[in-house]
Unconditional design. Structure first.
Length: 317
């Protein structure tokens, strides 16, 4: 009996020791971030960094250590700066604003991404950075679902690339809201750009609207709602695209790829394309392209430029 008590006491000591080690390991892998320690605490990899209060970066940038998470609680959020990920993830509710006037850069691996995480505006301001932040939280290396909630979101095309939103591979974007391009004078633009990517899905009941009614320039005919170049396994379903300076949807090839860099395995289903100035849909080069139960109407009705076809299939020459 005495030997049994000794054994039980030894086991108890070992269990307590193990529990303390676990608690210490947990404490070491969880760090609370504040505005005062933000620039000194981001040093440990594979750590949960908890954001439970407002943190103003004051125009500065921070880098999240490799493999670490940003864990948002108690309405905590970042504002005014740049955040670089390094194979990073975000743990947060789907109805909480996490970023206000923030630029997201680096490598992120977020499986679920929500427009509610960004401080969008619906009063005429440009929301392009918010949308690109959403796509930057995904990566070409992991599968992500981006959900864009109902609302009317104005955006502008980048002054240099003339692109609004660049989409990564292995990304599904569910659009419930309306993405409205602010008027510009560019001869070409892409509201949603899918270039050299694979396994991309755009769906939902939302809309993508161009600027043909109020376009500020008179040159060019290449303002695209959705542009797909040298990409594979792309699906566009159940959305509406309208009022583009060029085509509602363009399928082609990147000029800097080799001759086999055509787009392939593209499905466009239950899509409405209206008021495209040049085309509803242009297919320049491609393989295994399926168009099913779509509507192309009022092509060329506003500031028409030839051919003004619902669907036009022809190579660039």
């Amino acid at each position: 009996m005495k030997e049994l008590r000794i054994i039980m006491k030894t086991i108890s000591i070992l269990l307590v020791s193990l529990l303390l080690s676990c608690l210490q390991a947990y404490a070491a892998s969880t760090i609370n971030l504040t505005e005062t320690n933000i620039h000194t605490s981001l040093i440990s990899e594979n750590t949960d960094y908890v954001v439970s209060t407002s943190i103003n970066l004051k125009g500065n940038s921070i880098k999240i250590p490799k493999g670490s998470n940003l864990n948002f609680t108690n309405q905590g959020y970042f504002k005014n700066g740049t955040i670089y990920g390094n194979s990073s993830n975000i743990l947060a509710p789907n109805n909480q604003i996490l970023f206000e006037n923030i630029c997201i850069q680096g490598i992120w691996n977020c499986p679920q991404i929500y427009s509610s995480w960004m401080k969008f505006t619906e009063d005429g301001h440009n929301n392009r950075q918010c949308f690109q932040n959403l796509c930057n939280l995904s990566s070409d290396e992991c599968e992500s679902v981006i959900t864009i909630s109902q609302g009317h979101y104005n955006v502008s095309a980048d002054a240099n690339t003339h692109v609004v939103i660049n989409v990564n591979s292995h990304t599904k974007i569910h659009i419930d809201g309306t993405i409205q391009l602010l008027p510009n004078d560019f001869s070409s633009y892409s509201i949603i750009n899918i270039a050299n990517k694979q396994n991309v899905v755009l769906d939902g009941g939302g809309e993508i609207v161009g600027d043909v009614k109020h376009h500020k320039g008179s040159k060019g005919e290449w303002g695209m709602g959705i542009q797909i170049k040298s990409s594979r396994y792309v699906e566009i379903k159940n959305i509406s695209i309208s009022d583009c300076w060029g085509d509602c949807i363009y399928i082609g090839q990147q000029l800097d790829t080799n001759k086999d860099g055509y787009s392939s395995d593209i499905t466009i289903k239950n899509v409405k394309c209206a008021n495209g100035r040049r085309q509803g849909l242009s297919i320049i080069t491609g393989k295994n392209i399926i168009i099913e139960r779509c509507k192309f109407f009022n092509t060329g009705a506003i500031k028409s430029t030839p051919p003004s076809s619902g669907i036009d299939i022809e190579p660039n020459t």
